[in-house]
Design a protein around this ligand. Structure first.
Ligand code: SF4
Length: 276
């Protein structure tokens, strides 16, 4: 059996130790996992100002659990500021200015040139490599990968701590902006049903693109997606796929199955920084 590096080994490394929270389950579980072993641990959250209300509530709950403040970066310059700077061009998987301006650059500016151990919540059962800073003073650390923790372990950590999963988890499994272009088709439908006001706000961004026409989902506008016939078709397909998946993997939880079905609807793997 492989020997795992004890968490206390990281704690003794000189420099600042930081968990960059996304408001999602994995980075939250990581903060809980490390909490009692790295007393000097700091927590930050790069706020896009466009997260779901459930995400802000989850972060407040986590802050109370950790009994330490979560530094919220970008107090003045959220998504709308940078959208203006980019001339109204909505970000996309191809031109992902939002992650750089709202997540990477604020984090790098916040830590400056100090030695930083940046803890990342990528799990052992994920194929993702995660964001690695080009700044030599920032070293990423992957405790879940190193310790072989997978989705079941993450759910257990969250359940045992009393934090549980984020409220949005039954209909959307990725943290981040409510209009994130990485959302799967079923998650847009979830947004329309749970937060019709935010869906309308997302739609408004599409209609305000000036002479250029930008859509969050490049192949279809949100106005087209919300057409009753289209919604009915998406929901029907979702139910059929969910049932097929349930028969194929009867041992898995409903949340697991929903995640798999959503993944299969769109093949984008999501953002390594925002969706943790
Ligand atoms: S959640 Fe999506 S839209 Fe928001 S910053 Fe991240 S990649 Fe961009």
């Amino acid at each position: 059996m492989t020997e795992h590096k004890p968490i206390s080994d990281w704690a003794s490394l000189p420099g600042r130790h930081i968990v960059n929270l996304s408001g999602g389950k994995d980075s939250t579980a990581l903060a809980i996992y490390l909490k009692d072993h790295i007393p000097q641990l700091e927590y930050i959250f790069c706020d896009t100002h466009k997260e779901l209300p459930e995400t802000y509530e989850y972060l407040d709950k986590l802050e109370a659990f950790l009994q330490k403040p979560i530094a919220r970066l970008n107090p003045d310059r959220g998504f709308d500021h940078w959208l203006d700077m980019y001339g109204g061009m909505l970000p996309s998987a191809q031109v992902r200015w939002c992650t750089r301006k709202l997540k990477i650059e604020p984090f790098e500016a916040y830590v400056g040139n100090e030695v930083i151990w940046s803890y990342v919540g990528i799990r052992a059962d994920e194929g993702r490599s995660g964001y690695e800073s080009t700044k030599p003073n920032i070293t990423p650390v992957f405790p879940f990968k190193e310790h072989g923790l997978n989705i079941t372990d993450i759910e257990r950590i969250l359940a045992e701590s009393g934090m549980g999963l984020p409220e949005y988890y039954s209909w959307r499994q990725r943290s981040g902006c409510f209009f994130c272009f990485y959302q799967r088709t079923g998650e847009w439908v979830g947004l329309k049903e749970r937060h019709p006001d935010l869906y309308d706000e997302a739609k408004k961004y599409e209609s305000e693109g000036g002479s250029e026409q930008f859509y969050w989902r490049q192949r279809e506008s949100l106005a087209e997606l919300e057409h009753p016939d289209r919604l009915k078709q998406i929901k029907r397909d979702h139910i059929i796929r969910l049932e097929e998946e349930r028969l194929r993997r009867p041992d898995r939880t409903l949340l697991d199955l929903v995640g798999k079905v959503l993944d299969d609807e769109d093949d984008d793997k999501g953002c390594d920084i925002c969706h943790l």
